[in-house]
Write a protein that binds this ligand. Structure first.
Ligand SMILES: C[S@@+](CC[C@H](N)C(=O)[O-])C[C@H]1O[C@@H](n2cnc3c(N)ncnc32)[C@H](O)[C@@H]1O
Length: 224
């Protein structure tokens, strides 16, 4: 089974230190929600975000929205999906989930998830926040090939194509700017991950997700 892990995803609730900022309060009031229970979004909370650490890597839930739609639309039936967030939450996504295609509805669903920690439909869990650190999640894949998609990787697309026969674990960054944190790079080194580059230009998370899906479908999925 192919596994995807989106890393340092720019998906989080409003951080406490900016919950009283006018840009946040205004948006929360408009949506009739508690400011601490809404998802941080750079397009709405930009003035407030000036005050938070690592702000260039935060407040872009649209990136994971697109990536998940792409994966769930694919013809890959057997797939595990995990979303690691910038605050070190791990979200497990059921392959059968029918994600809202509308961005505002997606954000509402994520707010519900952070509030209830689990989303169910007809007694089946569709998504759930797991109480495990990213290091334990990644270490649990030690019997598989772990791949970190990264611009500076020393392995290429041909190597990735060959790995597709062996159901690898594909890790892709899901934040707007910059590189992985040192902790993530250290973790990937510790588990001897393959660092795979699709070229020396920075690509979007969506493009990289689509490229991996295409490689896997070409190698493993009968499309007729
Ligand atoms: C840092 S995020 C940047 C996201 C972008 N701003 C967006 O809106 O999607 C992109 C992720 O895609 C992967 N990536 C980007 N460029 C790549 C490349 N040339 N080769 C392999 N993976 C790459 C990395 O995992 C990286 O963390």
């Amino acid at each position: 089974m192919l596994t995807f892990v989106f890393l340092e995803t720019a998906l989080e609730l409003i951080p406490k230190e900016i919950s009283k900022h006018p840009a946040v309060v205004k948006d929360a009031r408009r949506r009739k929600k508690n400011p601490s229970k809404i998802i941080l979004d750079d397009s709405k909370h930009h003035p407030a975000m000036k005050k938070i650490k690592d702000r260039k890597k935060r407040g872009r839930p649209d990136i994971i929205h697109y990536c998940l739609l792409s994966l769930l639309d694919s013809k890959i039936n057997e797939m595990e999906i995990f979303v690691h967030t910038v605050n070190n939450n791990i979200i497990w996504i059921n392959r059968k989930t029918r994600l809202p295609r509308n961005y505002n509805r997606f954000v509402g669903l994520m707010e519900d998830l952070f509030d209830k920690r689990v989303i169910k439909a007809e007694n089946e869990i569709l998504m759930e926040i797991k109480d495990i650190p990213i290091s334990s999640l990644i270490s649990s894949f030690s019997n598989k090939n772990i791949v970190l998609m990264i611009e500076s990787g020393d392995k290429d697309e041909k190597h990735l194509r060959n790995l597709m026969k062996e159901d690898p674990v594909i890790c892709i960054g899901c934040f707007p700017h910059g590189n992985f944190s040192n902790d993530i790079l250290q973790l990937m080194n510790d588990v001897n991950a393959d660092f795979v580059s699709l070229g020396d230009k920075p690509l979007t998370s969506l493009y990289v997700t689509n490229r991996v899906v295409c490689l896997y479908e070409n190698a493993r999925v009968q499309t007729y």
